[in-house]
Design a protein around this ligand. Structure first.
Ligand SMILES: [Zn+2]
Length: 368
């Protein structure tokens, strides 16, 4: 067994770091092609221009609000080539980040990621999830290397809607449990090795930070405030969860997330929100202690992560309907198969129903 760990070349986080961006990225090239959603671009443009001028860096902003598909990546690659880009910079949330990664991969260029929300752990990884034009999962594109620089402005993250920050905690909540499962099953991580002591401990640290500081960080972000707890949770959501999942591996929580995503009503639910419920289902399936499961559900209730199917937007909770999710979760190639025992749709269905029942019980009797 070969241990492999991968990571971005530089991770930079702090309030206002966007204003210094030019100083942090000038070693990568001189022509930066930014890809970002309209809101994200409007937030960062003025902040970065002065330091880009000081460092004699040229930049172009391309507004992108589409899906991360092979065709959108090809189209943007063409534009970036015409601009003569030597660095691609992705600004925004998960979809934009994955698109920027795919474009950089196509051009074999430098890559800078500026997440403007902390809703998932995509920024640091060498993975781009691409969808078809009809919004169905197409492929997992593995990049040649991780981003050169991940630049996280904690003030921008705190100013964004709290729901994104909380969803990021949902994605990060899964990291330790999925890493533990992969350790038991010897499942391969993203770079094709097994986990290191380092990656496993980063995954654990990610969980411990959420449990210790998650609630106070959420309350601060409600007020757009950056506190030490907020800084720690941003690091957990983006850095620790990113390194933890990529170098330790994903398991049933993310597989079940794919299944739930396919259910009617869950379309508008964020990735991290589905993953949070998927985590509870994984714990039920792996028969964790009631104490540990209660801790996770209690955390979700305290920060506002969904613990019931109803909260995910799923109205039809009949076993027939939920079986559709269970079948998707068992599809070949999904990380549900990283479990340390054989999985089948019946097992996943039971876990989803069991998790929902535990979640519903806490809604009826919030104290216990
Ligand atoms: Zn995720």
């Amino acid at each position: 067994m070969v241990k492999i760990m991968i990571a971005p070349n530089r991770y930079i986080q702090g309030p206002g770091v966007t204003k210094e961006m030019g100083n942090y990225v000038s070693h990568l090239g001189s022509k930066f092609f930014f890809i970002g959603g309209p809101t994200a671009v409007s937030i960062v443009t003025d902040r970065i221009l002065a330091s880009f001028r000081e460092n004699s860096l040229d930049c172009h902003f391309e507004i992108f609000s589409g899906e991360c598909t092979r065709s959108s990546a090809a189209e943007l690659s063409e534009k970036a080539r015409n601009f003569g880009a030597d660095v691609i910079a992705g600004v925004g949330g998960g979809r934009v980040i994955d698109t920027a990664k795919a474009v950089s991969h196509e051009l074999n260029s430098g890559l800078v990621i500026l997440p403007t929300i902390a809703s998932n752990d995509a920024p640091c990884s060498a993975l781009s999830v691409q969808y078809t034009d009809s919004h169905v999962l197409d492929r997992f594109l593995i990049l040649r290397r991780n981003p050169d620089v991940v630049l996280v402005d904690s003030k921008i993250i705190a100013d964004a809607p709290t729901r994104f920050f909380v969803a990021g905690m949902g994605d990060a909540l899964a990291t330790w449990f999925e890493a533990s499962t992969c350790t038991k099953s010897n499942a391969k991580n993203l770079p094709g090795g097994v986990t290191t002591c380092a990656a496993l401990n980063l995954a654990r640290l990610c969980y411990d930070i959420l449990m210790e500081h998650g609630v106070s960080a959420k309350l601060a972000v409600d007020q757009d405030a950056v506190t030490p707890a907020v800084e720690m949770v941003i690091e957990a959501n983006i850095f620790l969860s990113g390194l933890g999942f990529e170098s330790s591996g994903l398991a049933a929580a993310h597989g079940i997330h794919e299944g739930l995503h396919a259910l009617e009503g869950a379309e508008r639910t964020l990735h991290g929100e589905l993953v949070a419920f998927g985590t509870i289902a994984q714990l039920v399936m792996e028969n964790y202690s009631r104490k540990e499961i209660d801790r996770v559900i209690g955390f979700c209730n305290a920060v506002g992560l969904p613990v019931t199917l109803r909260q995910l937007g799923v109205v039809d909770i009949s076993p027939d309907n939920l079986m559709k999710a269970a079948e998707v979760a068992c599809m070949e190639g999904l990380t549900t198969h990283n479990s340390y025992f054989e999985i089948d749709p019946e097992l996943i269905l039971g876990a989803i129903i069991g998790a929902n029942a535990l979640g519903e019980a806490t809604q009826k009797n919030p104290g216990g």
